[in-house]
Design a protein around this ligand. Structure first.
Ligand SMILES: *Cc1c(COP(=O)(O)O)cnc(C)c1O
Length: 415
């Protein structure tokens, strides 16, 4: 392990990088490769590549069982899944949604020609703040789209109460919350429907993919039709549909990864605990704690950086980590309301989103998952502890450094 003795040993100030290889946030978790290749071999031999093949049927059966839900329909991805859900639920006009989410949540609403109405979040949970939701309801509001950020459920009870009181549809973006629970019951059972993402970067992936789960049979039926062009029979459609199907190859990946899901979560939990120990007591570095009494997937290691205590800004710490090949990410920077097409059409909404704006300045997400070892976690914590304990000198040196190289590295985006 590379020990840093002086600030000159920080890679950003000319030292050697702590890691030869880049450590990513959201490097895919992949289960048993042999099992995957065997399943894909069977798919090819059957010549049944998509359209409710045996892998998909089995995958959906497993999902229903895991979630304890009556319907769970696999999708090509969560973004399209959210669109299908909103249409099938009969949303229109304005939909209340947090701005502190991945841009896909807002885009799904806008893509349908509806208007996302950005709501502020709770500073503690980072989830949509029910107390702010009610202020945003207008005669055009038809629904609330809550996001279970970091896999921590929204205040489901409060949102259900508001939805009922105002006759609104309630949908959850559960992209982060696969394998998580609320009051002992699995996410997937709440609101009118919940949509999971099985994108490569999530705790559980099907290459690309997602699923819509609901206990509403009629809604599930509409979604199943819509997912397959609206087909009701061989040569007959009964509604406007699209193509949101999951392929057999993706379902094969899903079946394979389901077999390792508990291992993925256990590795995440091990890394989470190592981060907790390693970051303890570093001034200005506050790590998000998960509720150990509920099921969590521990997929996100979330820091909030208090610059006045750390003496280094969140962005400075990110640059320091990047130079060490630790590709920490600013989630959900800068907030949906500051991204297009929303930024130029919704001028000034930032003033009613103070918590979102503050989080967008403070949050830093660190690498974890099966691609990151406990020793690597300890090294990452060591870098942060070193940087903060030499914050004054580091900050001063950074000001005098040509950070163009770092900025270039930071703008080098990856999914
Ligand atoms: C990943 C993600 C999505 C989009 O999921 P895809 O399957 O990539 O379409 C939507 N919302 C949130 C909160 C996400 O993190």
């Amino acid at each position: 392990m590379l020990i840093k003795k002086s600030v000159n040993d920080l890679a950003i100030l000319g030292g050697r990088s702590s890691f030869e290889e880049q450590l990513h946030v959201g490097r895919p978790n992949i289960g048993d490769k042999e099992a995957l290749l065997r399943r894909i071999g069977e798919v090819v031999d059957r010549r049944w590549l998509t359209n409710s093949g045996p892998c998909l049927e089995e995958f959906e059966r497993c999902l229903r069982q895991l979630l304890g839900v009556s319907h769970c329909d696999a999708m090509c991805n969560a973004t399209v899944g959210l669109q299908l859900a909103m249409r099938a639920m009969g949303m229109s006009g304005e939909v209340i949604v947090p701005s502190f989410t991945f841009i896909a949540t807002a885009h799904a609403i806008q893509w349908l020609g509806f208007t996302p109405v950005f709501c502020d979040v709770d500073p503690r949970t980072h989830n949509i703040d029910p107390a702010r939701v009610e202020e945003l309801i207008t005669p055009r509001t038809t629904g609330i789209l809550g996001v279970h950020v970091w896999g921590q459920p929204c205040d489901i009870e409060a949102l259900e109460t508001i939805a009922r009181r105002h006759g609104l549809k309630l949908l959850f973006d559960a992209a982060h919350a696969f394998c998580c629970s609320w009051r002992g019951r699995m996410i997937g059972n709440f609101g009118g429907a919940e949509v999971f993402s099985f994108h490569a970067t999530k705790v559980f992936n099907t290459f690309e993919g997602g699923a819509l789960s609901t206990n509403d049979s009629e809604l599930a039926w509409r979604v199943q039709r819509t997912r397959n062009f609206g087909f009701a029979g061989l040569d007959q459609t009964d509604t406007l549909g699209t193509n949101a199907k999951m392929s057999e190859a993706s379902a094969a990946m899903g079946l394979t990864n389901l077999e390792s899901l508990e291992d993925f979560v256990e590795v995440n939990r091990r890394n989470y605990l190592a981060y907790m120990r390693g970051l303890k007591g570093i001034p200005g570095i506050h790590m998000l704690e998960y509720d150990a009494t509920e099921k969590r997937n521990y997929q996100y290691i979330v820091l909030e950086v208090e610059e006045s205590e750390a003496v280094l800004s969140r962005d400075a710490l990110q640059s320091i980590l990047w130079a060490e090949n630790v590709l920490a990410r600013r989630y959900f920077y800068p907030g949906c309301h500051r991204m297009e097409p929303y930024a130029s059409t919704m001028l000034g909404v930032g003033s009613r989103l103070p918590v979102t704006e503050r989080l967008a300045r403070r949050v830093l997400v660190l690498p974890t998952g099966t691609g990151v070892s406990e020793e690597q976690v300890e090294m990452i914590c060591g870098i942060l502890r070193f940087a903060v304990s030499h914050a004054g000198e580091t900050a001063q040196r950074l000001r005098g450094t040509d950070t163009a190289q770092v900025s270039a590295a930071l703008s080098q985006s990856r999914p």
